[in-house]
Design a protein around this ligand. Structure first.
Ligand code: GUN
Ligand code: FE
Length: 469
């Protein structure tokens, strides 16, 4: 037994279920896996406490431990221009902003290191413990990205972009075979970064990343499909994201995105597809059959997709879904903001459903009740933690023996002053009671209002990677 932690734990073992485990004892072995989890007053916990040489780390009243967040979709080089240029439709925005910024980063390793170091710091400050990244075309720049993520100690899945057509003439790979040679070389180099470490200490992994259908030839896509199958490599891309993009693919190939990916063996249980806004019910069924997961990026959808993602339908169909910030299509690096956006967008959809039902009813007097479309904060918290981890096939995102201890400490009330932390105000006794007891209302209040000020510590694989004074 390497470490013991005693205090309140909060997690979401399944969709919609928030469990508040008051005064629990959690043991972490010397490889960073949870090996004990019981109420601190249980006989087993008391025995462990008395046999343990060192006292447990105490999580004080008013604070709790939560699994770290998972960001399933983020363009690292676009962090350079985060929060600008969002007035254009997607295909124009890519030409005007994304490709130019990525090319600039590929041309300037010092700038790349600066941008990626700051990004890594922002991710850990915001409680993101695992991130699935889109990089750039150039091998070397993606190694810099992997190194910067390694330095912060968070889990990072790094995607060197593959794209051999329909981009700026100066930002595109020369051919499918050149693209494949380059990605193979990147994978070898990326794996070498941690090749000397035992498995549990390896936190960086290369991912095959065909950018999206328009910029990839059939030859490139089919070779990537083969490479993934032969080497059990993860895949990420964008699928059915935006109105103008879907139209582009129809004109370019006379096909739907999903059929293109499927044809080339790129819809697998190792695949995470961003957006999927324009999938219909039979397509969601196919996504489930293939075992592919979806990165839901609500803020980016609001700018680029023309329609909201049918989150409720995807979840009800059994699709594995997590959340993505889609920097810089979404301007906010925080998964806390993303989970709130997921709730907000779904509530607008539900409002639309209620109004449409009522119009139908008044038209022909028929009773119309279509299925509700909203998700609540408990479901969104699941998507931000366990949902994302499950989409990546990780054991984390939930507290249970055998899972890696990837966690963040959230401070709601400062233990010495008894004042609420950061943006959480309490102005009467009832508020104080709710917050202090870490009731579901306290967690909900933090879900809605909390920010980086409430996060004081983060562990990945049992190791402390963030500690605020
Ligand atoms: N589709 C292809 N590339 C991109 C990108 O960089 N951002 C977004 N949001 N969609 C894309
Ligand atoms: Fe994206």
């Amino acid at each position: 037994m390497a470490t013991l932690i005693r205090g309140t734990l909060v997690h979401t073992p399944s969709l919609g279920e928030v469990k508040i485990l008051q005064d629990y004892l959690l043991g972490i072995d010397d490889k960073g896996f949870i090996n004990f989890l019981e109420n601190a007053s249980s006989d087993a916990a008391q025995t462990l406490l008395s046999e343990s040489g060192a006292p447990p780390t105490i999580i004080p009243p008013g604070s709790f431990i939560l699994p770290t967040f998972c960001d399933l979709h983020l363009h690292a080089p676009q962090f350079l221009y985060q929060g600008t240029g969002l007035h254009l439709p997607l295909m124009e925005w890519l030409n005007e902003y994304a490709f130019k910024a990525e090319e600039k980063i590929d041309a300037d390793p010092l700038l790349a290191r600066k941008v990626y170091t700051r990004l890594a710091d922002r991710l850990s400050e915001n409680g993101t413990g695992a991130v699935l990244l889109f990089g750039t075309i150039k091998e070397e720049t993606n190694i810099i990205l992997a190194e910067c993520m390694r330095q912060t100690g968070i889990r990072a899945f790094v995607g060197k972009l593959s794209m051999d057509q329909c981009s700026r003439p100066t930002y595109v790979e020369a051919s499918a075979s050149a693209a494949i040679d380059s990605v193979k070389s990147f994978i070898l180099r990326c794996n070498t970064l941690e090749g000397h470490l035992p498995l549990h200490q390896r936190l960086i992994e290369p991912v095959l990343t065909p950018r999206f259908v328009p910029t990839c030839s059939d030859e490139l896509l089919s070779q990537l499909g083969r490479l993934s199958t032969e080497n059990n490599l993860r895949i990420q891309s964008h699928m059915a994201e935006a109105h103008d993009q879907v139209e582009w693919v129809r004109q370019q190939r006379n096909m739907e995105d999903i059929d293109v990916f499927d044809k080339h063996g790129l819809l697998t249980p190792r695949t995470i597809q961003a957006h999927c806004t324009f999938l219909d019910q039979p397509m969601f069924n196919r996504v489930v059959t293939r075992g592919t997961a979806i990165a839901h990026c609500p803020l980016s959808n609001a700018y680029f997709s023309a329609e909201p993602f049918p989150l409720r339908e995807a979840l009800d169909t059994g699709v594995r879904v997590g959340l993505g910030t889609d920097i810089a299509g979404g301007y906010d690096v925080s998964i806390m903001s993303t989970m709130r956006h997921a709730v907000t967008v779904s509530r607008m959809r539900e409002g639309g459903r209620i109004m449409a039902d009522s119009r139908e009813r008044s038209k022909d007097g028929r009773e119309v009740t279509n299925k509700p479309l909203s998700v609540d904060w408990k479901e969104a918290l699941y998507l931000a933690t366990r949902g994302g981890a499950e989409a990546l096939g990780l054991q984390s995102g939930v507290f249970r023996p055998g899972a890696p201890f990837d966690a963040q400490q959230i401070n709601i009330i400062e233990n010495t002053t008894k004042l609420a932390v950061g943006p959480l105000d309490f102005l009467d006794g009832e508020n104080i009671r709710i917050l202090q007891e870490l009731s579901p209302e306290a967690i909900e209040k933090w879900f809605c209002l909390g920010d980086v000020r409430n996060r004081i510590k983060m562990w990945i694989q049992g190791k402390v990677v963030l500690l605020k004074p």
